[in-house]
Design a protein around this ligand. Structure first.
Ligand code: AQP
Length: 348
């Protein structure tokens, strides 16, 4: 069958929303609104896959959920034209994830690098949820039979797994899929959208490490709620090397910190690294950093300010999430009914 073009993506409510989340994901969510039907989700079921001391526990989760929602809205996502909701309000995500746990193979999950990184050496003590994270992510996407998913580079492997699950489901149950009138395949093979100069924003302290919410150093990242002074200080202190900026992109290799700052500038101006270097090649970092401070403050300041204002009004945010959840559930429930018919579950 042909699939309606639809975008789905999610962000975890795990605090410290940063420039990497913005450039790798949220900024792209905004841009895709003109071309697709979009569903954007605060993935709170994913947040609890790590210990409560990491996700913050029941006191912190509502605040973090509303803060991510506020970031979506402040960045420019329109919750009337598109859908914004939090995952736990739509039970079909967990229901479909169970089906996918029975489709995915243990060998596939054993290859997931994010699990290895997040579980670390204490793998025996990691939650089953952390291990099964990619099957829940596949369910998030395929509950809406989404065709496109904008994500950062770190999620590429999980998207490949999502396609493997869709393909295996389609082929294992092809006779039933045909018999129920869905043609040759029920789930689409979803395409990741991982493009542009900032698909993997790196730490400001170490250009070989991803900018991350959980980095102990706040100087490693620019938080979306940082004020102008904090943004300026972090960029001025960002690690660099002693050479001036090169004039061509090839000159950024192997200079990870320079590459990262140039990529951030390019992404914030919707240009390419080559264009940034055409402008700043030959300049010292002090000059380039001053321009980057002005740019980052101009682009991020209004978003952070609007986020801070919106989180003061939880009733408004919860209203958006509730309305979005009802609209999301209407779609996911249809998918789940079809999946039950295809599998042969007797239903009301
Ligand atoms: N550094 C990054 N560069 C580009 N994109 C990034 N994303 C995350 N970090 C970067 C993208 O942001 C979206 C939402 O991410 P998430 O909520 O799933 O959080 P995460 O990937 O767990 O974020 P962190 O900072 O990496 O958290 P920790 O510290 O817990 O590991 C995704 O599309 C992601 O690709």
């Amino acid at each position: 069958m042909s699939f309606k073009e639809r975008v789905f993506s999610g962000v975890q409510p795990t605090g410290n929303l940063h420039l990497g989340n913005y450039l790798g994901a949220i900024k792209k969510f905004v841009a895709l609104q003109d071309s697709y039907d979009c569903i954007y989700c605060v993935v709170d079921l994913h947040a609890i896959t790590v210990p409560a001391s990491v996700w913050g526990g029941p006191q912190e989760l509502p605040r973090a959920t509303r803060e991510v929602t506020a970031a979506f809205l402040a960045a420019g996502i329109d919750p009337r034209k598109h859908i914004v909701f939090n995952q736990s309000q739509v039970a079909e995500h967990a229901e479909l994830a169970w089906v996918f746990n029975c489709v995915a193979r243990i060998g596939w999950l054993n290859r997931m690098t994010q699990f290895k990184e997040k579980a670390g050496k204490d793998r025996e003590n990691a939650s089953i949820g952390l291990y099964a994270y990619p099957t829940l992510m596949a369910a998030d996407i395929l509950a809406y039979r989404a065709t496109h998913v904008p994500v950062g580079e770190d999620q590429k492997q999980h998207l490949e797994l999502c396609r493997d699950i869709a393909q295996k489901f389609n082929s294992d149950f092809v006779d039933s899929i045909r018999a129920h009138g869905y043609g040759e395949s029920f789930f689409p093979l979803t395409e990741p959208i991982i493009q542009g100069p900032a698909t993997r924003v790196m730490s400001l302290r170490d250009g070989t490490k991803k900018m991350s919410k959980s980095d102990a150093s706040d100087y490693s990242r620019i938080n979306l709620t940082d004020d102008a002074d904090a943004i300026a200080q972090k960029i001025r202190k960002a690690k660099t090397d002693p050479e001036p900026l090169p004039s061509e992109e090839a000159g950024l290799d192997p200079r990870p910190e320079a590459d990262n700052l140039v990529g951030i500038y390019a992404a914030l101006t919707d240009t390419s690294k080559a264009q940034v270097l055409a402008q700043f090649g030959g300049n010292q970092f002090s000059t380039f950093k001053a321009a980057l401070v002005d740019l980052a403050v101009a682009k991020l300041g209004p978003i952070g300010g609007e986020m801070k204002r919106m989180v003061q009004d939880p009733v408004y945010i919860d209203g958006i999430l509730g309305d979005g959840a009802a609209r999301a559930q209407a779609i996911a429930a249809e998918t789940m009914k079809a999946v039950k018919d295809i599998l042969g579950f007797v239903r009301r």
